[in-house]
Design a protein around this ligand. Structure first.
Ligand SMILES: Cc1cc2nc3c(=O)[nH]c(=O)nc-3n(C[C@H](O)[C@H](O)[C@H](O)COP(=O)(O)O)c2cc1C
Length: 307
């Protein structure tokens, strides 16, 4: 179809299309460059970056379950200095938006990370306040509305970039946390992070992960993620990045209809390294079949109650 529009605006962040990568499942992009044209992505969201290098948790850190994957990587990364030196120049050479996912142990650390990344020219910051696999930081902020609010306000005051807050699904009322994030000044929310879970080897009588528990991701969590995106869409007015179990264009379109302005592919990248491109091409074909010229017509377009 001629003149089809796939571009979306998430507040101050414009993407050429709504398909992006989920943090921690795409490294910093380079690893996937032999499978896909990275320039075709709406954005690359990097793995979680901390101020100082983090070793992560001891192995085994990943295990498969019948319908999803459990991980307890524990945010292994080489730290901010290494990211700025070794990864950012490559990312900035691409024709796509660069979103850096950050994790701090204190508000000061988040602020320092965000300030230094803003000076280095990244396009947006995603606050990871929802990692279930680290003892300090992250989740502590995602589970307390007071801490979450303080964190967002402090980062927003100091950093002029679009700010994405990644919400934890491990809270009672996700809509309440979304509203607190919006009221505190976040520009965008993203959800969901992994859902805490565990798996047991019955012969060994041992947990399959050294960390005992880990985060469940992949198709198993899609219905939960979709429900949460829908609840947030009905609660806040800021744009939403939806994720959780997206492996196909149909999955992505479900999230868009439920209210997501952009969609992130995570575990799907491990199953099929071209998953993001398949999702993008599938969205295009769906729009052609349905005679839809502008992707924005689909966002939040769910028909309920016979509407
Ligand atoms: C191996 C692995 C590492 C992850 N690392 C991060 C991370 O560093 N920061 C973050 O915010 N989310 C991280 N996540 C969560 C994903 O970005 C995503 O929110 C979650 O996996 C749900 O999407 P999916 O079902 O498509 O994978 C990670 C997920 C996996 C599977």
């Amino acid at each position: 179809m001629k003149g089809m529009n796939l571009s979306v605006r998430l507040g101050g962040l414009s993407l050429k299309n709504p398909v992006i990568t989920a943090s921690g499942t795409f490294g910093c992009g380079r690893e996937y460059s032999e499978y896909i044209d990275l320039n075709s992505l709406g954005a690359i969201v990097t793995k979680g970056i901390s101020l100082r290098p983090m070793e992560g948790n001891p192995p085994p850190r990943i295990c498969e379950t019948p319908c999803g994957m459990l991980n307890a990587i524990g945010l292994q990364n080489a730290g901010l200095d290494a990211f700025l030196r070794d990864e950012l120049p490559f990312l900035k050479g691409l024709d796509t938006k660069v979103i850096v996912n950050i994790l701090g142990r204190s508000i000061d650390e988040y602020v320092e990370l965000a300030e230094r990344l803003a000076s280095a020219g990244v396009d947006a910051i995603e606050l990871n306040v929802s990692c279930p696999n680290v003892k300090k930081g992250g989740m502590v902020f995602g589970k307390s509305t007071r801490l979450l609010s303080d964190l967002i306000k402090r980062v927003k005051r100091r950093v002029p970039l679009p700010l994405i807050t990644k919400l934890s699904p491990d809270v009672g009322d996700i809509g309440r946390f979304a509203k607190v994030a919006e009221d505190s000044g976040t520009d965008i929310i993203s959800l969901i992070n992994t859902i805490p879970g565990m798996s047991v080897d019955i012969r060994q009588r041992r947990p399959r992960l050294a960390n005992i528990t880990g985060g469940l991701s992949g198709p198993a969590i899609k219905p939960i993620a979709l429900r949460m995106v829908w609840e947030c869409y009905n609660t806040v007015d800021i744009p939403i990045i939806g994720m959780g179990g997206i492996v196909s264009a149909e999955d992505a379109i479900e999230f868009i209809l439920a209210g997501a302005s952009a969609v992130a592919v995570g575990t799907g990248n491990f199953i099929n390294p071209r998953a993001t491109m398949d999702v993008l091409e599938g969205i295009r074909s769906f729009m052609e079949d349905e005679g839809i010229r502008d992707i924005n017509q689909l966002i939040g377009g769910l028909r309920c109650k016979g509407g």
